[in-house]
Ligand binder design. Structure first.
Ligand code: HEM
Length: 385
């Protein structure tokens, strides 16, 4: 999409797309304003003048979460889990994350011989296992949990045939029932896990977070953190492979952390976020009306030469300031500290344990999702573990 972004940034930085019925925003300054000025732009799709309920089960659940709520409701919901995802609390997870990644690597190296699919073996399962553990899902249910979360993400893409969609709905229902049971259990017997925090959360009016919203929060944490982190890890390996950086970065924790930021800029897993104008507003010389939908292209903002010198080059030690890979402002990614840690741990374990790493294929199929940037699978080669 990067050439298209470039063309749009220079030629029509804010433009109406009649096919989608929404405005596209391409420049860094405009994108940043649209995603963070929540007085003018709402995250709640229900505010769009052309909003129609898709009617899918679970739609309401997700629309009632922090991701699609404006302040003050947003702030109240986010506050429930803010502490658990703070850099301080997340940092304590590092040893356990290394152990989990080590186990995945052991399995992958034992069952493959010289080549493997990075996505299937490592980048996909890792974030699922981590969030399951953070939430407090019993480890014996993890395989089932992985299946469900896969179907949840596939459903979120919304491109499935009728039969597939039906199966997805069924497994979503199963997952919802499973979570409701766990939430019920944690209400009665709270433990030291995030499920308990969510299940027993008290709102400012003294009431307990309704069960449906507790469920929505669990679903959101799964959806928001899984394919995004999978693609961050995968996109990083692609960047490192294309720039011959595997050997140079092996064992260099800090350099890997810095490189991950550049990947978030250069190949952002989330390329766009949507908003709805709450009042008439002028942007880039165009008049946007109340109720109009906007698409803020984070991936384009991240390549804007007004913000970044040599924006179309991957510069591993650039340490980009102001990239919008995790958004900006009120809805800035809650999971950013966790995603950064997961990526650094996954990459540093992979690079230090495997010699002679290289990308094994150049013919890659993009992730089947409109706003997610990554590949479905990434074959890699290696000499020895
Ligand atoms: C919000 C990206 C990982 C949970 C966001 C937003 C972006 C983003 C761009 C802003 C949405 C908006 O402005 O409308 C990413 C990327 C990730 C990642 C690129 C991985 C590389 C995670 C993880 C979690 C998570 C691991 C949790 C386990 C959330 C939540 C929100 C959010 C709950 C909504 C925050 C709010 O509305 O206040 N993420 N995310 N994300 N992310 Fe992430």
């Amino acid at each position: 999409p990067f050439e298209w972004y470039q063309e749009m940034r220079e030629g029509s930085p804010v433009r109406y797309d009649p096919a989608r019925g929404s405005w596209d925003v391409f420049r860094h300054a405009d994108v940043k304003r649209v995603i963070s000025d929540d007085e003018t732009f709402s995250v709640d799709p229900r505010n769009a003048s052309d909003f129609v309920e898709a009617g899918g089960e679970g739609e309401g659940l997700i629309l009632d979460t922090m991701l699609f709520q404006d302040p003050p409701r947003h702030d109240e919901l986010r506050a429930i889990v803010e502490e658990a995802f703070s850099p301080r609390v997340v940092a304590e997870l590092e040893p356990r994350l290394r152990e989990l990644m080590g186990d995945l690597l052991d399995d992958a190296l034992a069952t493959n011989d010289g080549t493997m699919d990075l996505v299937d073996e490592l980048a996909y399962p890792f974030p699922v296992i981590v969030i399951a553990e953070v939430l407090g899902v019993p480890s014996e249910d993890r395989a089932q949990f992985r299946e469900w979360s896969e179907s949840l993400v596939a459903a979120a893409d919304g491109e499935a045939g009728a039969e597939v969609a039906e199966r997805q709905q069924a497994s979503q229902r199963e997952m919802a029932m499973y979570f409701l049971e766990l939430i019920e259990d944690r209400r009665e017997n709270p433990r030291d896990d995030l499920l308990s925090t969510i299940a027993t959360a008290e709102l400012s009016d003294g009431s307990t977070l309704p069960q449906q919203e507790a469920l929505g929060m669990c679903m959101l944490l799964l959806i928001a953190g899984n394919i995004t982190t999978t693609n961050l890890i995968t996109n990083a390996v692609r960047c490192f492979g294309n720039h011959d950086l595997f050997a140079e970065l092996a064992g260099e924790e800090n350099a890997i952390g810095t490189a991950v930021e550049e990947v978030l800029r250069y190949r952002a897993p989330v390329q766009a976020m949507t908003r709805v104008a709450r009042s008439d507003v002028t942007l880039g010389g165009e008049t946007i009306e109340e109720g109009d939908r906007l698409v803020a292209w984070l991936g384009s903002a991240n390549r804007d030469s007004r913000q970044f010198a040599t924006a179309d080059e991957f510069v591993v030690d650039r340490a980009p300031t102001g990239h919008l890979g995790f958004g900006h402002g009120t809805h800035y990614c809650l999971g950013a500290p966790l995603a950064r840690l997961e990526a650094r741990v996954a990459l540093s374990e992979l690079l230090s344990r495997v010699d002679g790493l290289a990308l094994a294929d150049t013919d890659l199929s993009p992730t089947r999702s409109s706003f997610i940037y990554g590949v479905e699978s990434l074959p890699i080669r290696y000499d020895a573990a």
